[in-house]
Design a protein around this ligand. Sequence first.
Ligand SMILES: [Zn+2]
Length: 341
Amino acid sequence: MPVADYKTYCQMIDRAFAGKYAYPAINVSSMATASAVLKGLAESRSDGIIQVSTGGGASASGSMVKDMALGAIAIAEYVHRVADRYPVYVALHTDHCQADKLDQFVNPLIEETERRRAAGRPNLFNSHMFDGSALPLKENLDIAVKLLERCRKSEIILEIEAGVVGGEEDGIQAKASAKLYTTPEDTLEVARRLNAVKGGRYLMAATFGNVHGVYKPGHVKLKPSILKECQDAVAKAHGEKARFALVFHGGSGSTLEEIREAVDYGVVKMNIDTDTQYAFTRPIADHMLKNYDGVLKVDGEVGSKKAYDPRSYLAAAEKAMAERVKQAVKDLRGGGTTLFK
Ligand SMILES: [Zn+2]
């Protein structure tokens, strides 16, 4: 199917929320990793989300260009071109964008969608994340409100974050003193400010001890019950319909119970990067170790063209990453849930 349109994307989110399942949102930075996600989703008969980070976009644009927005556009164009060969819906999203990067990343991407819509073409991205979690909540939401007003006009969903996810992603290290748990008061304020933007639609990344990257057990205590407290507070203040569609960041290394509990409390999107990075690289390491004298020209030999042709190990990497995507779909109870008929 083509990339999901706004109506389909909203339906995906609503169905997942009501049915207590969630979509994997997988970071990609190349055609091979994007293909791996599409294959994994298609083989699971699950819809899902492909996302690009600022660093992933810069990488995809080429080492000489290093333009995060341009690389994200190139990946999105690629997905738009190939997605209709897969029997599921996929939505395109951009990951963490801090306030100081908005002008290099999210704003030019929204402009690109505005240009496309003016020419009668579909949106480039379905949703963008603004990560103002490093700012005081008021400043965070002042920016989020402005962005949501602009996104609403082009049927773009905005993801925001309240509270700080620990760990490191794209070289942004959370401070040790950062708030690792969102409070019900924070979420009430999010609802008060963002629900006032009529017709706007947003997802909220709440933090409940999540950490980016993988750490040995015991590093931080994950408390999915925080999500329940936040949802109960907002339902009490604004009614059942006000419950948030939540995003789970920094979930690598979480137990299945923790993942399922978070989904039970309204998580509809779970970001996955570290685990799929490892899944992609693992068979490449294997290939290099097994074909040592094929991928290298040892002692004046010529190596083996078949072994060092990138297609050989990239095919293995794509397959392994697709398997990890399938695992994520299973963990999130998404198997067979595609809206594509
Ligand atoms: Zn994140």
